[in-house]
Design a protein around this ligand. Structure first.
Ligand code: OAD
Length: 259
């Protein structure tokens, strides 16, 4: 954990002893993250009201193929705004704590619904790749044929695919689209095989990610939720760590591995 993390969040939050001892002896742990883990990095979550320029729009209304077809410029510009937010943001102590957990637990799998890449920038993914269920905002592909594009002419908005001429879009999963099958299978396998499953900073509303803690529960895993608010998962979780992940996760890591 960095010194900066300790200064920003000096208060030690009490972590249940039973969870500490289970985590100390666990060999297979999976964690699913959502927009809440990046909230303390200044990236707005999906279900809180947007501010400024974008206050008139709901993210669910922009993140769809239909919205892009109807108004490609609007959707491209919204993602350009989010891409710039992400590029200027830094991983927070919650991201850093998960990277530290990966170093401590050989069978640690990190699954994220986020497209911001902040986990990788915090150091996650060195031992096993971060499973990105909803793609990555920094990658661009074309709408019609999915050609991956590294660079584009900014003269037109949205720009066009240099190979087939169709419009370019971010390589993220929109509502109504399928998740990358390999990523989904890997997430499902990790949820079914782990001893402890963390659901962190997600509203637990969007399928199929919302089913992952249920898969873990049914396979007998201990399920831990980290969220300042209740979600549909809260009543089923064995432990509810109620608060911001940027405080709770560093506190958890310090409690489990004090040295
Ligand atoms: P949401 O915006 O639905 O939920 C964010 C969750 O984070 C809420 O439950 C908050 O209570 C919680 N939260 C807020 N601040 C937090 C903090 N500091 N620490 C921990 N938790 C905090 O985001 P997701 O659940 O990630 O999909 O949304 C899932 C998917 O729906 C997204 O990936 C996106 C979306 O619309 C697509 O775009 C396909």
């Amino acid at each position: 954990m960095s010194d900066q993390a300790d200064k920003r969040y000096p208060r030690e939050i009490e972590i249940p002893g039973e969870l500490i001892s289970q985590l100390r002896s666990a060999s297979k742990v999976a964690a699913l993250t959502g927009a809440g883990i990046s909230a303390e990095s200044g990236i707005p979550t999906f279900r809180e009201a947007q501010t400024g320029l974008w206050a008139r729009y709901r993210p669910e209304e922009l993140a769809t193929p239909g919205a892009f077809q109807m108004n490609p410029r609007l959707v491209w510009e919204w993602y350009t705004w989010r891409r710039e937010l992400v590029a200027n943001a830094s991983p927070n102590p919650g991201h850093l704590a998960l990277a530290a957990m990966e170093q401590r637990i050989a069978g640690f799998t990190l699954i994220t619904q986020n497209v911001d890449g902040l986990h990788q920038r915090a150091g996650s993914g060195e031992r096993a790749p971060v499973i990105e269920l909803h793609g990555n905002i920094q990658r661009i592909k074309c709408f019609d044929r999915g050609h991956q594009v590294e660079s584009w002419e900014a003269a037109e908005i949205p720009p066009c695919c240099p190979t087939c001429g169709s419009l370019l879009r971010p390589d993220v999963v929109w509502f109504g689209e399928s998740l990358p099958p390999q990523a989904l299978q890997a997430a499902w396998d990790a949820a079914g095989a782990c001893e402890i499953f963390f659901s962190i900073g997600t509203s637990a509303l969007v399928e199929p990610a919302a089913s992952l803690p249920i898969v873990a529960l049914q396979a007998g895993a201990l399920v831990v939720e980290v969220n300042p608010h209740e979600t549909p998962l809260t009543p089923s979780a064995h432990f509810n760590l109620q608060g911001p992940s940027g405080q709770l996760l560093p506190s958890l890591v310090r409690s489990v591995w004090p040295n």
